[in-house]
Each structure stands twice: as C-alpha cells, then as structure tokens.
Write a protein that binds this ligand. Sequence first.
Ligand SMILES: [Zn+2]
Length: 249
Amino acid sequence: MIKPVNYEPSQHFGENPTSVLAADHWLIQKFGNYQPDGHTGIDYPCPSGTPVKAVTAGTVLHVGWFGGTYADNPYWIAPGFAGFCYVVDHGDFVGIYAHCLEGGARVNVGQRVTEGQVLGLSGNTGGSTGDHLHFEVLPDGWITDSRMYGRINPASILARITPQSTTPAKGFLMALSDKQQDEMYYKINRYLDMKTSHVSKHVWGTQVSRGGKKISALQELADAKTLISKQQATIDALTEAVKKLGGAA
Ligand SMILES: [Zn+2]
C-alpha cells in the first residue's frame, strides 16, 4: 500500500462540516451544503500534473466525468463536484481519486493495475478551488444513502503502508525521492505543455509539436541529448579554465 501522491494532506476525513457554517460562507454559496457531516476523504495539495498512483493493486472501474446525478452511479459521486476522476476496485475497498486533470488518463476501464501504477495526473477539475487530489474510500458492502455517503476514513486503509512499498520505483529516476520524481514529472509536463500549446493530454503521448510539425517524443528527447552533448565540450573547457585560474572545482 502506498500514498496516492507524496504530499501532506491539507484536509482530513470528517473535517469542516458545512452544515454548521454560516449560510453566507462563500464555499457554501459556491458549491452548496456539499459536505454536511464533514469532508468525505483526504485532500492532498499538489501541483496539477502530479502523477496519481494506485494505492494498491486493483481493477479500474471508471475513468473521467460522471453524468446524471450522484444517485445515477453506484458510488454516489456527485458528477460536477468530483470532476475528472478514477474509480478503482482495490479488492476489499473501492478507491476514488477525484478532481484530476482532464485527459491525463494513463489507464482504461477494465484494466488491471499494480500498486503504485500511475492512473493519471492530478488537477483542479469539478468543485475544486485549487490544485489538489481528493482521495476517498468506500469499504466492501458500502451503503451510500448514509452519513458520509458510505465513505470511511482513508487513513485506516493507508495505515497499511509498509516501508517496502514506499521505496521509489527502480529506473533512471531511482536516486530521487517520490516527491522529487513528482516535481520532475510536473516540470516535464509544463515544458511539453508550453511546446504544444495544448492541454496536458499530449504530455503522455508519443508525439510533441516542434515548429508547427508533429515529431516523435523519442526524437525530441534524442535531439535534447545531442544538444546537451554539444554543450558538454564548452562546459568542460570553462571548467578547465576556471581550475587554471585557481577556482575550486
Ligand atoms: Zn476533498
């Protein structure tokens, strides 16, 4: 079991019940009495574009927005409020990952996912006032027509996090912490975003746009590598020059 993103929560389960707030509270005005008994999940503030990971293995039940009303889907997810979301059957509970980036999906409905597999990218869709991931949990045998809409505290599920499962995934980024990896992905995401002038759905694609032409992302990376290697001679020459002048390397 791992955390869906490696950021500290900003709002825990059961916090900030809206039923006790003054009627003129701006959040209530904007979204209605949306969490009368308190927050139904855990919020993690993280930059839009942060990879959202499956907390444990499972099967993807839903990707994207819900239509209709909250009573039209089996999880009682308020369609407009949850935004672009992922619903995953994790065996003895269902995980809901909400307010994600439109079009950032990296999985399909029916797909089997492993622990830590990236489902998509976090965002700020639906009834959200800032970049964050909202994660909530429906236990086996949930009753939606109830307080908290059948949700339980995700902390009870995440308490099963083991030291082994917090180890960063092996690969060329293995020397970095999860948070550093997230930030690097975020920067790559923003970089490609600027190049394509499109929403981030192209980020995980195989093509990027350069000079008005579509080129392979692998070609783009290869060109970047060539550019760096060309500059390497200059960097080496400057390093030698500084050393000769008596500067510390
Ligand atoms: Zn939330």
